[in-house]
Design a protein around this ligand. Structure first.
Ligand SMILES: Nc1nc2c(ncn2[C@@H]2O[C@H](COP(=O)(O)OP(=O)(O)OP(=O)(O)O)[C@@H](O)[C@H]2O)c(=O)[nH]1
Ligand SMILES: [Mg+2]
Length: 447
């Protein structure tokens, strides 16, 4: 199908975001992403435009002149579908369809289409249909189609039109209720499976991240599985799990999940909530990021927003003793300084790892980190430090479990500490000069 992608740029929204201190996405990258979304359902994108808007028009979003101008362009390109990268009211959508004589889809509609095409499992299909119905229902509330058809376009309250909408809503609601019941059954079955999985005491590690960040590629790299990974937005829909042996010989279950995107339709988040929440109970969450993307920070924020809407925040992670690891992926695409910066960050920050899922660079380090994170046993270590290492001593007080401290006459501080592998790893990164000393103390303790 020949499609045209249109990115409306609301100036007031831009200004407000800037006032509130948010960085906004550049028009180019928004356009690129919207074209990528269109391509994800094999639309043939024959043209695109970024349209700055001083003020949105209630009837058609775009100004009258713009609508006319585009009409000619669309006809010339023999466009059949226009994708508007933003929310459109039902009235706006219909008015534009009338003016241009083509089908018009907004961002939510497009994403729902993609999900509809990708859904494979029964649960996925039901979830997407549920999201679709809720989307339709929310639009029906304000839709005047029936009113106009039945009342010649006059008035919009009461009368047969209202009855028609009520009938449609009832029908949709009935279907929603039915799907919710079916989902409930699927969920119960899954919980049974899950229980057996729980009985096998393997910690779960979940991959999350922006769509196209490389989650599935990393999943495949780590598990040597052949999961569908492609340069395609929303390539993955259903969570995929696979066992994996860590360097220590311990087993984990790695889980690949659906990607997130900015302005992810709330209906979709709601529909996928049950599945995602379950995945997000994981001991370790690997937030996979496309470090080579120019808007990697904005993507990170968007992913964190979606995670927060699913109940995963810094605070909740701390409370649940859950680790969220920043995985800076695609570092093979970074050159020179940018590459070094990512690697340095990874060396400095205990919960950051730079990798390339494509070349395998850094993946051993990632596995080693997971290994450290899932063992939480404290080891009792006797650690002597010169008293002039004040910073290191203070750090241990703040981060490790200091059971006993004796400040010796000889200028040596004797510490009895409980140390988990994670804290030990963090200490070593933070105080590389003292890492050998700690290593020796720990080895001594192990004897
Ligand atoms: N250069 C490079 N490309 C990568 C790397 N990791 C993934 N890619 C590419 O990025 C694209 C997306 O990868 P996927 O693994 O499908 O991404 P995803 O996060 O699973 O995406 P969704 O399932 O759509 O959310 C593919 O073309 C991969 O080949 C990497 O480390 N380096
Ligand atoms: Mg994927």
């Amino acid at each position: 199908m020949r499609a045209f992608v249109l990115v409306p740029l609301l100036k007031s929204a831009e200004q407000q975001a800037r006032r509130e201190g948010f960085s906004t996405r550049s028009p180019e990258s928004r356009l690129e992403e919207a074209v990528g979304l269109a391509a994800a359902i094999s639309l043939n994108v024959v043209g695109s435009a970024v349209v700055p808007l001083a003020k949105p028009r209630p009837a058609t979003l775009l100004g009258e002149g713009k609508v006319d101008e585009l009409k000619g362009q669309l006809a010339e390109l023999r466009v059949e579908l226009v994708v508007v990268d933003g929310p459109l009211g039902p009235g706006q959508q219909r008015n534009l369809e009338r003016a241009w004589k083509v089908k018009v889809l907004d961002r939510t509609g497009l994403i729902l289409e993609i999900f509809g095409e990708r859904a494979r499992t029964r649960e996925g299909t039901l979830q997407v249909e549920l999201a679709h119905l809720n989307y339709q229902k929310s639009r029906l509330v304000r839709s005047w189609t029936h009113l106009e058809r039945q009342r010649g376009g006059f008035g919009f309250l009461g009368g047969p039109g209202e009855t028609q909408i009520e009938a449609d809503r009832r029908m949709i609601q009935e279907r929603i209720t039915k799907i919710e019941r079916q989902l409930e059954t699927v969920k119960r079955t899954r919980q049974l499976h899950r229980k057996t999985r729980r009985d096998a005491p393997y910690p779960v590690v979940a991959l999350v991240g922006y769509t196209n960040a490389g989650k599935s590629t990393l999943f495949n790299r780590l598990t040597e599985a052949g999961v569908f990974a492609e340069n395609l937005l929303f390539a993955t829909l259903d969570p995929t799990m696979r066992g994996l042996m860590l360097p220590s010989g311990r087993k984990i279950i790695l889980s690949d999940t659906v990607g997130f995107i900015s302005d992810l339709p709330t209906h979709l988040v709601a529909a996928f909530r049950a599945t995602l929440e379950e995945v997000l109970e994981a001991e370790v969450i690997l937030h996979v990021r496309d470090a080579a993307h120019e808007e990697t920070e904005i993507q990170k924020r968007d992913v964190e927003d979606v995670l927060a809407s699913l109940g995963v925040t810094k605070e909740s992670a701390e409370e649940n003793e859950q680790y969220v690891v920043d995985v800076l992926n695609k570092i093979d695409l970074l050159e020179g300084e940018a590459h070094d910066a990512a690697v340095n960050l990874s060396a400095r920050e205990p919960l950051t790892v730079a990798v390339s899922a494509l070349t395998g660079e850094g993946t051993q380090e990632l596995l080693a980190l997971i290994d450290r994170l899932i063992v939480d046993e404290e080891r009792h270590v006797h650690f002597d430090l010169p008293s002039n290492e004040g910073e290191a001593i203070a750090w241990l007080h703040a981060n490790a479990h200091v059971r006993k401290r004796e400040d010796g006459e000889d200028g040596i501080v004797h510490l009895d500490i409980g140390l988990t592998p994670l804290v030990a790893g963090r200490f070593e990164k933070r105080f590389p000069d003292l890492s050998r000393r700690l290593g020796e103390a720990a080895a001594h303790a192990a004897e």
